[in-house]
Design a protein around this ligand. Structure first.
Ligand code: GAR
Length: 198
């Protein structure tokens, strides 16, 4: 199964996926490209390090949020050229428009650093930390065209230790993400988790 990753930032989750693939531990999944909406994203460098084809594709010509029409077409054709069968949003900080979701119906998954539906949006780990919850975690879900919305596929819970700092909690949640996301991709590629029109 050909897997495309969309990432806007650091790329630590893309790296976790590429490492698993390199180590032969990603079942039938094969990373085929990484696309970023941010030309400075360290994620692009991560892809180069692993020899994965990568590209910057601007989403909005004027730098605003969302996608302009030409950009949606550019994204869809780049993903089609890479023969992507699964699109993974790994820290891709834009809401996809309906035509994008439709083009890869039930084949786009998003990673979010909270136990959804709690703490959607930016700084989810800080939101959880500030709220005083005792358990937080991360979620992989099908993407729809709402903020961190769509059917939940898998979650991993993280207990928040007493006197945990925000930095330490971020580390714990990211560690959980680095296990959960590759596992979900592997499970999808083996048909243990059904996607697409199935
Ligand atoms: C991850 O924590 C991911 O869950 C989050 O961005 C981070 C990207 O880290 N995504 C969202 O908040 C989506 N709403 P990375 O660039 O190191 O993989």
């Amino acid at each position: 199964m050909n897997v495309a990753i969309l990432a806007s930032g650091r790329g630590s989750n893309a790296e976790a996926v590429f490492k698993r693939a390199r180590d032969g531990a990603l079942a039938n999944a094969r990373p085929v490209c990484l696309i970023s909406d941010n030309p400075q994203a360290p994620a692009l460098e991560v892809a180069r390090k692993f020899g994965i084809p990568c590209a910057f594709i601007g989403a909005q010509k004027d730098g605003s949020k969302g996608f302009c029409r030409e950009s949606v077409s550019e994204y869809i054709s780049a993903l089609n050229s890479a023969k992507a069968e699964l699109v993974v949003l790994a820290g891709f900080m834009r809401i996809l428009p309906p035509e994008f979701i439709e083009a890869f119906k039930n084949r786009i998954i998003n990673l979010h650093p909270s136990l959804l539906p709690s703490f959607k949006g930016k700084n989810a780990i800080k939101q959880a930390y500030d709220s005083g919850v005792k358990v937080c975690g991360c979620t992989v879900h099908f993407a729809d065209n709402s903020l961190d919305g769509g059917k939940i596929i898998a979650q991993s819970a993280v207990e928040i230790p007493e006197n945990c700092s925000l930095e330490n909690l971020e580390k714990l949640v990211h560690e959980a993400e680095h296990k959960l996301l590759p596992q979900v991709i592997a499970d999808i590629s083996e048909g243990k988790i059904k996607i697409g029109d199935a």
